[in-house]
Design a protein around this ligand. Structure first.
Ligand code: 5AD
Length: 350
C-alpha cells in the first residue's frame, strides 16, 4: 500500500468507505490466518514498575496505587486455569519490576514449560540482553514489547529514560528476534501529540520490522498521570491530531492486517474497554485473530491499572473465557486449537 493511500485511509471519515476497508481486512485475515481465534491467557504478575511513562497508571510516581507481586504458586494456579480453559498460550505481563530477578523468571518459565504444553509469552518491559537470553534458554517462546510510537520526539516526551538501560525498543526487538523469540510489538493510537503522518510511519515501521504479532490499542487517559493532566498542551495541530476513538483503532487494525497479512493481531483490551458491549468483537471483525482473556485474580486485576478499567473487574477466569468464547461464536468464528504460532514467524539461524 502506497503512503498516500495509507494516509487517506487514516483520515477517512465516510462510514461507507470505511466499511469497505474493514471488509477487505476481514477477507485478508481469513485468507492468511483463517477463522481460528487463538486465546492467550493473560496473567498480570506484578504492578510494580520503576519507570515513569507519562501515560501509564503503573508509573513509579503514582503513589496512590497499592502494589502487588504474585507468588510462584499463585502464578502457577493461573497457568493451570489457562490450560484447563483451552488457552494455548500464557502471557506473563508486569511493570518493569527488578524484584523479578532474571533467575526467578527463568525458573518460572522452566516450570511452566516442563509441566504444561503451553507456549509462554513474556511481556516484562525493557530488560538486558543477558536476561532476555537466559529466559529464551529457559524455554520462553515469545516476547512482547510495544515501541508505542515511531515519532522520536513524541517517544522521548512520554518516556523519561531509565538511568541504567539504553532504552531503544527497536534495538531490543531486533535482539529478541536474533535470540529466536517470536516477537510482538505495537503502538498506542491517539496519544496526545500523535499526528496522522507519524501514525502512517508507525504502520510502515510495523510492516518493515521482523515482528510476528502486532498489538495496537487506543490510548486511554489515566487521571493520575501527567499526560492525562496536561493533554491539551500536548495535542497536535487541529486536523493533525489522531483521535483515540474506536473507529480510529479499527482503521489501524485493518491497515495492519492489510500491510502484514500473516501477522497475529490481537483485539486489544483497550479497544474492548472503549466499547464494552462489543467487547472484543469490533477488533475481531476488522482483521484481528487473537484475544487475550484476563486470568489475573480479580483482587490483583483491579490494581493493574495501566488505564482506568471500568468493566470486567470482578470477573473470574472462567467467566472471562466463557464471554470471549460467546463473542467468537457470535461472529461465526472458532476458537483456535494448539499454540497459535504466527505464520509470519521464521526462526533465524542460531
Ligand atoms: N492507554 C492505553 N494503553 C496503555 N498502555 C499503557 N498505558 C496505557 C494507556 N493509558 C499500553 C502500552 C503498553 C501496554 C502494556 O499497555 O502500549 O505497552
Amino acid at each position: 500500500m502506497k503512503r498516500e493511500e495509507l494516509l487517506g485511509w487514516l483520515r477517512e471519515k465516510d462510514p461507507k468507505r470505511l466499511e469497505h476497508l474493514f471488509r477487505e481486512a476481514d477477507f485478508v485475515r481469513r485468507q492468511h490466518v483463517g477463522d481460528g481465534v487463538h486465546l492467550r491467557g493473560l496473567i498480570e504478575i506484578s504492578n510494580h514498575c520503576v519507570r515513569k511513562c507519562a501515560y501509564c497508571g503503573l508509573r513509579i510516581c503514582n503513589e496512590g496505587l497499592v502494589r502487588y507481586r504474585m507468588t510462584e504458586s499463585e502464578i502457577m494456579g493461573c497457568v493451570y486455569t489457562a490450560w484447563r480453559l483451552g488457552c494455548g498460550t500464557v502471557v506473563l505481563q508486569s511493570g518493569e519490576d527488578p524484584a523479578f530477578t532474571a533467575r526467578w523468571i527463568a525458573a518460572l518459565v522452566e516450570r511452566i514449560k516442563s509441566e504444561t504444553p503451553l507456549a509462554v509469552t513474556l511481556s516484562l518491559g525493557e530488560r538486558t540482553h543477558a536476561d532476555l537470553a537466559l529466559w529464551r534458554r529457559a524455554g520462553a517462546d515469545r516476547y512482547f514489547l510495544r515501541f508505542e510510537t515511531s515519532d522520536r520526539n513524541l517517544y522521548r516526551r512520554i518516556h523519561p529514560p531509565h538511568p541504567d538501560v539504553p532504552g531503544d525498543r527497536i534495538a531490543i526487538l531486533r535482539d529478541l528476534k536474533a535470540l529466536g523469540y517470536e516477537t510482538g510489538s505495537g503502538i498506542m493510537i491517539g496519544i496526545p501529540g500523535q499526528t496522522f503522518d507519524s501514525l502512517a510511519d508507525d504502520i510502515e515501521l510495523i510492516r518493515d520490522l521482523p515482528i510476528d504479532m502486532v498489538g495496537a490499542g487506543p490510548y486511554l487517559p489515566h487521571p493520575d498521570t501527567p499526560l492525562a493532566r496536561s493533554a491539551p498542551c500536548f495535542l497536535a495541530a487541529d486536523g493533525e491530531q489522531v483521535p483515540n476513538t474506536e473507529t480510529m483503532a479499527c482503521k489501524v487494525i485493518a491497515l495492519i492486517r492489510l500491510t502484514c497479512p500473516d501477522a497475529n493481531i490481537p483485539s486489544t483490551t483497550a479497544l474492548a474497554t472503549l466499547n464494552p458491549d462489543a467487547g472484543y468483537m469490533s477488533g475481531l471483525s476488522v482483521g484481528a485473530n487473537i484475544v487475550m482473556p484476563n486470568l489475573t485474580p480479580p483482587a490483583y486485576r483491579a490494581l493493574y491499572a495501566i488505564y482506568p478499567r471500568k468493566t470486567s473487574m470482578h470477573v473470574w477466569a472462567e467467566q472471562a473465557v466463557a464471554t470471549v468464547r460467546e463473542q467468537i461464536g457470535a461472529l461465526g468464528r472458532v476458537v483456535g486449537t494448539g499454540r497459535g504460532d504466527s505464520p509470519r514467524y521464521r526462526p533465524q539461524a542460531a
